[in-house]
Each structure stands twice: as C-alpha cells, then as structure tokens.
Ligand binder design. Structure first.
Ligand code: F6P
Length: 564
C-alpha cells in the first residue's frame, strides 16, 4: 500500500482480526451518515440517561475514572469490550505477567511488573531466579539510600554527599525526573537531587554550576551503558570531579551506576560494588521501578519508594483480574482505539490540573509514542490502519490560556484526559477548589459548547445590534460534543502516583494487543543514532562523503566553520 493508510474496509488488518471491530466500523459508518441530522450528541446522551455518569465510571484503589463524556452507547461499549476477547487480551496479560518473551523482535520478556510485586508468585507462576535478583538489588538500593541520608557516605575530602546528579536519558531520566518532581512534598531529607539528560553541554554546566565536586555524587543511569548522550555527560562529570581535587582512587565515592551492562560500567571506572543492576527484561521506558528509580528513593526515602511500587502493584492486580467493562486501563485503551481508528484522532492530550504533575505528559509521551509508534504488526506485516497517535499536554490551568482554543474551536479532533488530585498537598482548599473548577469547566465546555442562538442572544444582551450579533455569533459558536476522560485521585501520594503510571503502562499494553504490535522495541530511534555518530566522525575528520545530500553538506559546512 502506498501513501495514505486505509482506516476502513474489509482489508483493514484490524477488522480482519477482530470481528467486533468490523461491527464497530459498520456502526461508525452509519453514525457518520446520521451525524449531520440526528445523531445524539454527548449532551443528548446525558439527557436521556440519568445514570450515565455512574454507568461509565470506574474505580481502582484511590483512582476514579469518569469516562462518561465519551462517544459511547451501551452497544458501542459492549462491542469494544468484545474486541478485547477477539484479540485474546486475557491470555496476552497472562503472558506479560508470566515472563513469556512477548518482546518478539528482541526475544525478551517484559517483566517490569515483577519489579513491583510483593507476591513471590507472579500471575500464579514462580519466576525462577528473577525475584532473588530483584530482592538483592532492592536491599542494596535501600542500604545506599540510608547511607546517603544518614550522611555516612563521604566524598573525597571526608564531607558528606549533599547533592546527587542523575545522568541518563529517555527512560533512564524521565521516570525518576517526573516522579521526584511530582512527589517533592514527600522529600525526607535535605538531599538535593538533580538531573542531566541532554547532550547539549549547557545543561551540564547549568546544573553543576552551584554544586561542589566534594559533596556531589553522580548516578550514571543507562541500561546499555552505551548511550551517546549519557556517556558524553558521564565523561564530563568525571573530569569535573577530578578537576575539583579528587584523585582517581577516590572516584568511587562520587560515582554509582544503574545498568544492565556491568562490563561497560566497570570499564568506565565504576566500582563493581557501586553498580545497581537491571536486566534485559526491563524496558527503558518501564524502568523507573528498578534501580533506575534510585533518585526517587533518594528523594522520597525507601518506604515511600516502596509505596510507589505498591500502588503500581495494585494497578497490576486490577488490570490482570478486572473484567474489561470495569478495567480502567482497558477502558482507556478502547476509547483511544475507537477515536484513533474511527474518529480520525491523530492526537491525544493529557492535561494534569496539578503543578506537581506538570511534566507527567513527558513521561507518558515516551511510554506511549515509543511503544506504539510502529508501522508493522508482530509478524512484520505493514499496518494499513493507524497505530500510535501523538500524545502531548501541559498542566491544564496554563494550557487553558494557550492552546485550548484549538480544542474548543479548531478543526482537529483531540480527545483529552484531565487528571487532578482531590486533596491538595497544601491547606489552601479554596484555591484548590478553584483549580478543580477550572478543570471541570473545560470538560463541560468541550462537551456542551455554545450554539449559534445562544451566542447571538449573548451579543444582543450585551448591546450589539441585530446585524452585528448575527455576524459575530458565527465566531463565537463552540461546536461542543468533544469527548474527555476525567481521572481523579484522592491525593498525590506515592501509592497513587505508582498506580497512575502503571495505569498508562497497561493502557499502552492493551492497545498494543488490540493493534497486534510489539510495544517493547524501538528500532526507529536506532537510525538517527547510527547517522549521528557517522556525521560526528565526518565532521571531526573534515570529510564530506559523496553520498551526503547537498543540504547535509551545506549544514555541515556551516557547523565546521562555526566550530573552528
Ligand atoms: O534512544 C531511545 C532509548 O533506547 C530509550 O528507549 C531508552 O530509555 C533510552 O534510549 C536510554 O537508554 P539507556 O538506558 O540504555 O541509556
């Protein structure tokens, strides 16, 4: 197939595999033909069913999901749930939890759920060996955290470590960075935890400027210990510590690593005792629950880190046992599938009405887009329907005064997730109520909109003439009928945050099963990495390979001239 992907029709891979999807496609075609005339709007659906809100809501622990402002009817919802049976979701979940090699292109398990289980049996199956490895790594992390907190870990001149810098990128940065920020109100010590991810050395210089080498410890977080950005920054860190007066023999007081590549980490100069292991069955974007989470434990303390794991475990339990119709991650996945395949959504927005969660979309972006941004199915067949869609967002109260305009009146269809905590982490309840009111007002406005007659009347009431009102009202119409989910959590606790992140992990997994793609590889990012080092090599040796296009040659020339 060339050019555009087909989204409908009998040759569509999705409708071919999932009989329920064929019915949903037919139903949507029928809906579209009614859309102009008499298809009930979201408002109509609420008016005709007083129980709609409770019917389309579900709870898991302290997380409550209201998905009633969605384009669902009983018939559509039950067909969506039927699609999970067609796709054998249940057995896919069992495979995930039992350590089957479901990452088929790398012949690996994806056992991040095991990192947070308190049950020695996972999905009823003993997972040989792994549990012992996890347990000893956790003990080592706990011991290290306590040593740092109790100021027993001393730098090269005998002063305690007071500053931590995590050097990592992608999954080795985003998880810990976002969680540490989100749970800063759970900080248990005065320890200052920082992050460096960018190969732009500006970040290194900015973060280290206020720090003293003698009291700073670097965590080199890299599953592979080969990632260019991380290695470059790790080398800068080494020079910085040495330049600060540390001799080589004392470097182990200032460097620890979280990595699956013990050989490379030791070659870099990290003492073996200072390496916190992870394993090939932990995907980078699913790794915050492993030793990659060390900055989290250092920020919020060991007990709170365990609470984070326990919240994720609670979501694991829910995901693996709840029926599709009550299963939060499954429902969210089904809605995204419905909108991406049959409503033309190419974007989804996640809007946390929470300053602490302001960077959550960054974490979810890697999770969702690196997992689902694939062009072939598990067998390598080219997909002829959409796969992953773009995910983005910022904290809601700021977005409202920026790009929400496009949600309300633009021509793009963007389903939204609103996320908020019921109880704030401060005692200014009045202002928190205002924040939550802003959140509710957005989902209500998106759904209800404003019709032409109302807009016109408002203008007349405000003194406009009939003819001005008629003309201006066209610009003030808000179509409405836009869907959103609202996710409320009791409070932003480690446990609830763990559950929230696991919720999105399982949403992504469910989508991958429905779409029949492998969410655990990321071959697409490799090409850029390969070309990046080739270009760097060519620039260093002043080469301009014949096969370079003229644009790359021209840009390379400008770079070489600037960096002479
Ligand atoms: O380039 C993408 C990626 O492979 C991510 O999947 C991963 O989280 C990140 O790079 C970092 O990899 P590593 O932990 O091996 O340095």
């Amino acid at each position: 197939m060339s050019g555009k992907r087909k989204t409908q029709g009998s040759d569509n891979l999705l409708t071919r595999r999932l009989p329920a999807w064929k019915k949903l496609t037919e139903l949507r075609v029928k809906q579209k033909s009614q859309e102009q005339q008499n298809l009930p709007t979201l408002n109509d659906l609420f008016s005709s069913d007083s129980k709609r809100a409770s019917k389309f809501s579900t709870r898991c622990g302290e997380l409550f999901l209201d998905y009633s402002k969605s384009h669902l009817t009983d018939e559509i919802f039950s067909l969506l749930c039927e699609a999970t049976q067609d796709a054998n979701l249940k057995s896919a979940i069992t495979s995930l939890f039992s350590g089957d090699h479901i990452n088929n292109t790398e012949d690996r398990a994806a056992l991040h759920t095991l990192l947070r289980t308190s049950n020695p049996l996972c999905a009823g199956q003993p997972i040989d060996g792994y549990q012992q490895d996890i347990f000893s790594c956790q003990k080592k992390m706990q011991h290290f955290t306590n040593e740092i907190h109790q100021q027993n870990w001393l730098g090269f001149n005998g002063k305690p470590i007071t500053h931590i810098v995590n050097i990592g990128v992608g999954g080795s940065d985003l998880g810990p960075r976002v969680v540490c920020e989100a749970l800063s109100h759970y900080k248990t010590s005065t320890l200052d935890v920082n992050f460096i991810s960018n190969i732009d050395a500006t970040e290194f210089y900015r973060v280290t400027a206020p720090l003293a080498p003698e009291t700073t410890l670097f965590i080199i977080a890299s599953k592979t210990f080969t990632t260019l950005e991380t290695m470059k920054n790790a080398n800068l860190a080494k020079q910085w510590i040495l330049a600060g007066g540390c001799d080589k023999a004392q470097l182990n007081r200032h460097f620890v690593a979280a990595s699956a590549n013990i050989k490379k980490a030791t070659e870099f100069g990290i003492a073996e005792d200072n390496i916190f292991p992870l394993w090939d069955w932990v995907g980078g974007r699913y790794s915050l629950w492993s030793a990659i989470g060390l900055p989290i434990a250092l920020t919020i303390g060991w007990d709170n880190f365990k609470s984070l794991l326990s919240g994720a475990e609670e979501m694991d339990e829910h995901f693996s046992t709840a029926e599709p119709k009550n299963n939060m991650p499954v429902i969210m996945a089904l809605l995204t599938l419905w909108y991406s395949q049959l409503w033309g959504a190419t974007n989804q927005a996640v809007m946390p009405y929470s300053n602490q969660l302001r960077n959550l979309p960054l974490l979810l972006q890697q999770l969702d887009m690196e997992s689902l941004g694939k062009g072939v199915n598990r067998n390598g067949e080219t997909l002829n329907h959409p796969s992953g869609i773009a995910l983005w967002g910022v904290e809601g109260s700021n977005g409202q005064h920026s790009f929400h305009q496009l949600f309300h009146q633009g021509t793009q269809f963007v389903p939204l997730d609103f996320i908020a905590e019921l109880k704030p982490n401060h005692d200014n309840y009045a202002q928190h109520q205002q924040l939550l009111s802003c959140c509710l007002s957005q989902s209500q406005a998106l759904m209800s909109g404003k019709d032409y007659a109302t807009a016109q009347q408002e203008l007349v009431d405000n003194g406009a003439t009939e003819s001005t009102a008629k003309q201006l009202a066209k610009h003030k119409v808000i179509a409405g009928n836009k869907p959103s989910n609202t996710l409320l959590m009791e409070s932003l606790s480690p446990k609830n945050l763990g559950a929230l992140i696991a919720l999105y992990e399982h949403k992504v997994f469910t989508l991958s099963v429905l779409l029949d793609i492998n969410p655990f590889d990321q071959w697409g990012v490799e090409l850029g990495k390969q070309l990046g080092s080739k270009i760097d090599d060519a620039l260093t040796h002043k080469k301009r390979p014949e096969n370079w296009d003229s644009s790359t040659k021209q840009l390379a020339e400008l770079i070489s001239n600037a960096l002479k």
